[in-house]
Design a protein around this ligand. Structure first.
Ligand SMILES: C[S@@+](CC[C@H](N)C(=O)[O-])C[C@H]1O[C@@H](n2cnc3c(N)ncnc32)[C@H](O)[C@@H]1O
Length: 413
């Protein structure tokens, strides 16, 4: 079996804040990314076989009935497949790769904590562009403060000392291994894909004010800022370290139209003004059952008439999502510190958007192909998915595309 190889991490784009990564650290990152790809290409198929041959014959139709809560979430399979050696190897390798990746990245960031701050000062002190607005009294939402999401030590908000931005440097380095390079050389393939989707589907839509919720260090915000250079873009996040790093990173990349604002999405108010486009990438699965409806209501209130809200996530379950797929997609909730995913996967976004005020007839869903900046990676670098269910949604497949596709949900106001 041929295992597609991720790109070499040394071929990633270096912006003005990219941490210095030494020879041994690069080697470790490359080994982890390749191991992740190998586990996805080989052992994940063994997990499916173990399910079909060892688990399924022992389950009854009643066990798999979707009215049963443990069938709905896939927990039924999680418990039944545990004794399988193939499953144990797959699961422990996935967990180990993630732990080593996040801790390696954290170490890389912390050993150059002061240097990063000095670089940020040099990049920002004489600039009036890309302003930074921090709120020292912001209460970080409990769901971010109480869990180290996807095993990143300290999450997005922890500050070791005043001015610290190591959480962002950690995230910036670590996403390469997790996504096996599929976030692209600038970690912005989702944002580039989103800009491309807007250009293809709504070429006349020219938002003047854009809000990116949970923007982190702006990796997926900047492609929208580039697509709409006349627009004023607000990158909102609850993690101050992400925004400090994001501001300096954006300036080092020559961006001038993004304002980095510290705040919680469930508290968006008039002080930010109103917007024509409000979007997010990979954010809702890290919130909560209480926060999600509140955030959608705030979005509705902050959106101008005729405005659009779009959100990129994994698709949620439908009534025909097989129990085995439910187990795989909820695996991260149980073993990768993504605690809200079990609940989110069972929600219907259209119902949630309607409850927030949106007209059900104006709700949209679609697929967005990541845009990997053609030609930026070595030609041998393959396109990789972690499991079959992450392959492109059929309606979003473009010719030759064989990677992951983002699920887009949203609405016009
Ligand atoms: C998985 S990261 C995604 C970051 C970025 N959008 C990307 O595409 O890489 C989630 C981000 O959302 C932020 N976040 C989560 N809930 C939030 C909330 N209620 N208000 C503001 N930011 C939030 C986190 O701090 C984190 O930076």
């Amino acid at each position: 079996m041929t295992v597609p190889l991720p790109a070499d991490s040394r071929s990633l784009y270096r912006h003005g804040m990219t941490p210095d990564i030494n020879h041994d650290e690069s080697a470790r990152i490359n080994v982890l990314a390749s191991l992740n790809a190998a586990v996805a290409a080989t052992l994940s198929k063994g997990v499916k076989l173990a399910y079909e041959h060892e688990v399924l014959p022992k389950l009854t139709a009643e066990d798999l009935n979707l009215s049963h809560p443990k069938a709905q979430t896939g927990a039924m399979i999680r418990d039944a497949i545990r004794p399988s050696p193939v499953y144990q190897s797959w699961a422990s390798l996935r967990r180990m790769i993630q732990e080593m990746n996040r801790q390696t990245s954290r170490h890389i960031a912390i050993r150059q904590m002061s240097d990063l701050q000095e670089r940020a000062i040099a990049l920002t002190e004489d600039s009036n562009d890309c302003t930074l607005v921090l709120n020292p009294s912001l209460k970080v939402p409990r769901y971010l403060a109480n869990a180290d999401n996807h095993l990143q030590p300290g999450g997005y908000h922890t500050e070791i000392e005043p001015g610290d931005m190591t959480a962002a440097a950690t995230y910036d380095v670590a996403t390469f291994v997790t996504a096996m390079g599929m976030f692209g050389p600038k970690g912005d393939s989702a944002g580039r894909g989103m800009a491309q989707w807007l250009a293809e589907h709504h070429p006349n839509f020219k938002p003047k004010r854009i809000l990116d919720i949970g923007a982190a260090h702006g990796n997926n915000t900047l492609p929208l800022a580039a697509a709409f250079p006349e627009a004023e873009v607000v990158a909102l996040d609850a993690g101050a370290p992400m925004l400090r790093y994001g501001q300096a990173r954006a300036l080092s990349m020559g961006v001038s139209n993004v304002r980095f604002v510290h705040g919680a999405a469930e508290e968006i108010d008039k002080s930010l003004g109103t917007f024509d486009l409000i979007q997010s990438t990979m954010v809702f699965h890290e919130t909560s059952g209480t926060a999600l409806p509140q955030i959608l209501k705030r979005i509705y209130a902050a959106l101008n008439p005729g405005g659009l809200t779009t959100h990129l996530e994994q698709p949620n379950f439908t009534p025909v999502t097989p129990v085995f797929d439910r187990f795989l997609r909820n695996w991260d909730s149980w073993y990768n510190n993504e605690p809200f995913w079990v609940q989110l996967h069972g929600m219907d976004f259209k119902t949630e958007l309607h409850a927030a005020g949106f007209d059900p007839d104006k709700c949209i869903e679609s697929g967005v192909n990541p845009n990997l900046e053609p030609g930026q990676y070595p030609s041998w670098a393959g396109r990789i998915s972690r499991h079959d269910h992450e392959h492109a949604k059929p309606e979003a497949v473009q010719q030759g595309y064989n990677g992951e596709t983002w699920y887009l949900f949203g609405a016009w106001k």
